[in-house]
Write a protein that binds this ligand. Sequence first.
Ligand code: ES4
Ligand code: ZN
Length: 321
Amino acid sequence: MIHRLPKAELHIHIEGSLEPELMFRLAARNGLKLPYASVEELHAAYRFSNLQEFLDLYYQGMNVLREEEDFFDLTRAYLDRVAADNVVHVEVFFDPQAHTGRGVPFAVAVEGILKGLEDGETRHGITWKLIPNFLRHLPEEDGFKALAEAEPWYDRFAGFGLDSSELGHPPRDFARLFARCRELGFKLCCHAGEEGPPDYVRQALVEIGVDRIDHGNRAMEDPDLVREIAERGVALTSCPLSNLSLKVIDTVGQSPVKQMLDAGLCVTVNSDDPSYFGGYVGDNLKAVAEAFDLSKADVVALVKNSFAGSFLDDGEKARRL
Ligand code: ES4
Ligand code: ZN
C-alpha cells in the first residue's frame, strides 16, 4: 500500500544520499584514498550518538565530490532509487558552503545537481525544487557571500534553508540573511527543534517567518507553540530514521509524527540523509506506519501532506492532491 502511493519527499540532503559504493567509486575516479578499507568498514562507521558525530562523517564523505559529473551521478542515483518507491516530486537540499569551503566551485556543485534533477525528470517524470541551505556553524556573513555566489542560479532555486550544527546556533543569528532571501522572493525553511530547544522553533516561525520547519521535534514540548504552528499552517518535515540514528529518539515509536498528526499539524515523513540513516522515504513511512500501527487513512494523510506542504504552486498542488 505504502509502496504504491505516489509521494513527495521534502527533506533530503543530496550529499546525504551518497551510498558507500558510490563513495568508493568516486574516490577511485578522483584519485583519492578513503580512510576505510572497504564498503563494509565504512558502513560500520555509521554509528552516531548525536548530530555532530554524524555531521563530521557527512562532511568527510562528501569530500569525494569534486567534479560536476560526481554531483550528477550522486543526484541520478538518488532519483533512480526513489523512483522505485513511487516518489513523484522531490525538494532537495544541498550545502553550497560545504563545497566552496573545500575549493569546489559553486557552479560545479549546482550544475551537476541541476543536470541530475533534469535527467531524473526526463527519465522518471519526477518533478523537483532545489533549496540551498546555509551552514549555521559558520557566520551569517559567510551566508551572505554564499547568497551572492548563488545569484546566477536564483531562478533555479525555490527557497533557502538552514542546516548543520543546531545547538548554539539559533535561527535568530541568521535573521538578516533570511530577510534578504525573503525580499528576493524565496521560500524559507530552517532546521529547528531537532536537538535545539522549542525556542529555536519559535524563532524560526516568528522571527524568520519560515514557510516550513525541518524536524521540529522539540516544538511538541510547548503547547502554545504547537498551536501557533497549526494556526499558521506551516508544514513540518519529520525524519524518523534520522531521529533514531542520531539518538533524538530511542525507538521509532517515540517519533513525534503521530503526535503531530493528532495535533492537526501538516507533518510529512522524509529520509534526511538516507545513505547514513539506513532508509529512503518509503522505509521511513513503513517504519512509522508499523511503530504506530497507523490506519490507511493516517498513511494517506501523511502522503497528502507531502504535497500540501511542498513548495509547488497552488494549481500544481490541486492537481496532485
Ligand atoms: C543534517 Cl540530520 C541533519 N541535521 C542538520 N543538518 C544536516 N545536514 C545534513 N543532515
Ligand atoms: Zn536535514
